[in-house]
Write a protein that binds this ligand. Structure first.
Ligand code: DON
Length: 574
């Protein structure tokens, strides 16, 4: 059904290595201490950046609900965490509503109308990563402003106006913040990419071209004006009028395709979540155009048939990596923008399909990736940088939100006069069949570039429910690593009985079908690595740049766990 890709494995490894190196995750080589556990009675925000986490928690303290807090945190991180927090990118918000239907907001970027299947090819017809990753052609129409505003308008408590929730971000942008933590760590790495554009250099670099360093002040006056305008007039201040004109002009001057009409036509979409069940818990996660929820539920359905809690540890780990391989193969083949291509979601997330895949797993031998045929579980009659925050409130609502510019600082271009740093999200399309994106992910027709189309994502904001109430709120950055990260947090809690800090800190592994190898964090126990190798897995020890800022809701309160892998994450409860 699909062309096989053995010769690509080496190239894919290189692509994954590139993506991993680009993330600058800070962690110990041999062991990772668990982060501090924060317990609170009334509510919790866990985010990658401390000022923004505190802003969200303050909204909860003032009687706001989880959606209010998430929107305030989201706008604040556009200022305080420019590497991934954004107005110029997009993402997904999963909302568990106490006493209402769970829902999601899809605010993924769209391709400008001028993008077509050949947009990211070179003259010879080969995928051209320069075009899809480093040029203004990679910029998708930003969705964040529409998405956060839609979430607030429909599900905010009504106690706060959009302007109230944006106000802290305006002050931080105008007065400036001290560069710290992950921003101080990432700016030197991304300096050359920001230096290409004068409007970006003026904000993030000093006059001698060196990056702002720890303790320097990051002042974003134009961004303050843009945020204030959104607070005053709503999303139309971003998608119409002077801001939209400046965004389109800057993108076009840099060689990109986005027009004022593309901005005017952008819509955030409310979608039903994908739902699954696992050992009595309900899994609520993101539907296409993210692959995250479908792949997560598919893997859980495969694993449901094993008694992971009581299996030998090496076998349990191996079965998990085999499930990963199969779900990522399906991701490559079947998933894309559901408004443009048919995605067989119901089938992929069915228990029956998981059981079918299980019959292809040999507990003693790794199945070579080339032998994993996407859709092999089908019943015969029937195919950088991101950031995640989790919020839970006293009313029983929960929000899992992941949003991104794709690479760190997106494409690096700030649209002059707006302060808005723009994404390079269109690299998430399959530029060409069998040509990996920056995360080594393959894709086919379902995820080919096209006008107005949303590129397939791996973002997996997820809420696990116990007896219909929030239990785990989680998600992560990390490109292709995201789905497997969420899987392991969920399994660590449900099957392995870990508390949330341990579940987040525990060594993770990753298999994405192609390349045909298992990546393992350096602190994975050596007997577990040996168990994989004994079954024929090619294991590469690597730091996996993820950050699963999570909440566990327990009888004694909300327990927040900031992922210790990256500097600066914070859990704030009240
Ligand atoms: O949507 C996606 O799957 C990617 N654009 C996410 C990128 C990402 O997580 C980079 N972060 N580390």
């Amino acid at each position: 059904m699909v062309k096989l890709h053995a010769p690509l494995a080496a190239a894919l490894s290189a692509a994954v290595a590139f993506a991993l190196a680009a993330q600058n995750t800070v962690c110990a080589e041999s062991a990772l201490g668990r982060g501090p556990t924060v317990i609170a009675e009334h509510g919790m925000v866990v985010a990658q950046e401390a000022i923004a986490a505190r802003i969200g928690a303050d909204i909860l303290r003032r009687g706001g609900n989880a959606i209010d807090a998430a929107v305030a945190t989201g706008f604040a991180m556009a200022v305080t965490y420019p590497r991934a927090g954004n107005l110029g990118g997009g993402g997904f918000m999963v909302i568990h509503r106490a006493g209402g239907d769970d829902t999601t907001i899809d605010y993924r970027e769209t391709a400008p109308a001028a993008i077509n299947p050949k947009s990211f090819l070179d003259a010879e017809g080969n995928a051209d990563p320069q075009k899809s990753r480093e040029s203004a052609l990679a910029i998708g129409v930003p969705g964040t402003v529409a998405g956060l505003a839609l979430a607030e308008a429909k599900y905010g408590s009504g106690r706060f106006s959009l302007a109230d929730l944006i106000a802290p971000a305006v002050v931080l942008a105008r007065e400036g913040i001290a560069v710290a933590d992950d921003t101080a760590d990432s700016l030197p790495i991304d300096r050359p990419r920001l230096a290409r554009w004068p409007a970006s250099a003026a904000i993030f670099l000093k006059s001698d071209g060196s990056p702002l360093a720890e303790g320097d002040r990051l002042v974003q006056t134009d961004l303050a004006d843009t945020l204030a305008a959104i607070g005053k007039d709503g999303p139309q201040a971003f998608y119409h009028g002077p801001v939209a004109e400046k965004l389109a002009a800057a993108v076009q001057a840099a060689g990109g395709a986005m027009t004022v009409d593309d901005l005017k036509n952008y819509r955030a979409i409310e979608r039903a979540p994908v739902r699954g069940s696992y050992r009595g818990y309900d899994i609520v996660s993101m539907a296409p155009p993210s692959s995250g929820g479908v792949a997560l539920i598919e893997m859980l359905n495969i694993l449901d048939g094993y008694d992971l809690a009581h299996e030998d540890g090496g076998l349990a780990l191996f079965l998990m990596t085999e499930a990963m391989k199969r779900a990522y193969a399906d991701r490559a083949w079947f998933l894309g923008d559901p408004d443009i291509v048919h995605v067989p979601v119901e089938q992929l997330i069915s228990k029956r399909y998981g059981a079918q895949w299980r019959t292809t797993i040999d507990p003693l031998h790794a199945t070579p990736a080339d032998d994993v045929r996407p859709g092999a579980g089908m019943i015969a009659t029937e195919g950088r940088n991101t950031t995640h925050f989790s919020v839970a409130d006293q009313f029983g609502n929960a929000v899992a939100n992941t949003y991104t510019l794709n690479f760190s600082y997106g494409v690096g271009l700030v649209a002059a006069g707006t302060g808005v740093l723009l994404n390079n999200e269109l690299d998430d399309f399959a530029a060409k069949a069998d040509s990996p994106n920056a995360y080594g992910l393959l894709g086919y027709d379902a995820n080919a570039p096209g006008p107005g189309k949303r590129p397939l994502s791996s973002m997996t904001p997820t809420v696990v429910l116990k007896d219909g109430k929030p239990y785990v709120v989680t998600g992560s950055p990390g490109g292709s690593l995201i789905i497997n990260t969420v899987l392991q947090v969920v399994l660590n809690v449900i099957d392995h009985g870990m508390d949330i800090a341990a579940a987040v800190a525990a060594a993770r592994v990753h298999n994405q079908w192609m390349p045909d190898r298992v990546f393992a964090e350096p602190w994975l126990a050596s007997d577990l690595v040996a168990a994989l190798k004994a079954r024929g897995d090619d294991v590469t020890v690597a730091r996996l740049p993820t950050s699963a800022n999570s909440i566990l809701v327990t009888p004694s309160g909300f327990v927040g766990a900031a992922d210790p892998r990256t500097r600066g994450a914070l859990a704030v409860g009240y």
